[in-house]
Design a protein around this ligand. Structure first.
Ligand code: COA
Length: 176
């Protein structure tokens, strides 16, 4: 008989950063080659997942990193930050280990981020997702997010991100 897994979402701790970087690298190389290609994957991993970048964010009071632990092993993560406008939170990162996707864990992480946003007094949460990341877009739609804008971000080195901005209005009891 298989036992029910122990699933927790807890603040990311500094000693877990190397494991998180390795997990991010594995998910990106599983998921994004057909969407952005290997060169852009490496460029974006270096921009966003260098240990010192994450370490400096852990020391800030306007960025929140949370780790998903399944049976005590790191299985995913979510990162949020204050949005550009007052009352808004940006969901900046949402990742679940490839072999655990499609089991509702991403939805749990989303709900956690929404609860945090509400507890910070936010009325809107938004994110950017690559327009060709169809599985993630479907997950966001099922969770109440809608496309608010189409954008092209120049991220340097000749790379661009063709994204949707997706957003959800938050009710005070949202995510409970
Ligand atoms: C996008 C992502 C975070 C979503 O996480 P996830 O854990 O796979 O998402 P969920 O399981 O909550 O939902 C996705 C699917 O699982 C299904 N699901 C939800 N609960 C389930 C459960 N208990 N058992 C089985 N399936 C379940 C959902 O209905 C959905 O299935 P469908 O596509 O057939 O409708 C994850 O797939 C991921 O890391 N993708 C790669 C990286 C990425 O694109 N990140 C987003 C960047 S913007």
């Amino acid at each position: 008989m298989t036992s029910t897994p122990d699933i927790r979402i807890v603040p990311l701790r500094e000693p877990e950063i190397p494991a998180l970087v390795a997990l991010a690298r594995a998910i990106w190389h599983d998921h994004y080659p057909s969407i952005v290609g290997i060169a852009q994957i490496e460029y974006m991993l270096d921009q966003r997942y260098r240990p010192e970048v994450i370490r400096s964010q852990l020391g800030r009071d306007d960025v929140w990193w949370d780790a998903l632990r399944v049976d005590d092993a790191l299985a995913g993560f979510v990162a949020c930050e204050r949005g550009e406008a007052a009352g808004e939170i940006k969901l900046d990162k949402l990742y679940v280990a490839s072999h655990l996707q499609g089991r509702g864990l991403g939805t749990r992480l989303l709900r956690h981020a929404e609860q945090r946003a509400v507890s910070l007094g936010a009325h809107r949460i938004y994110l950017q997702v690559n327009r060709n990341n169809l599985s993630a877009i479907a997950t966001y739609r099922r969770n109440g997010y809608a496309v608010a804008a189409e954008t092209v971000f120049d991220i340097g080195n000749g790379f661009v991100m063709d994204d949707y901005v997706m957003a959800k209005s938050l009710a005070p009891d949202c995510g409970r």
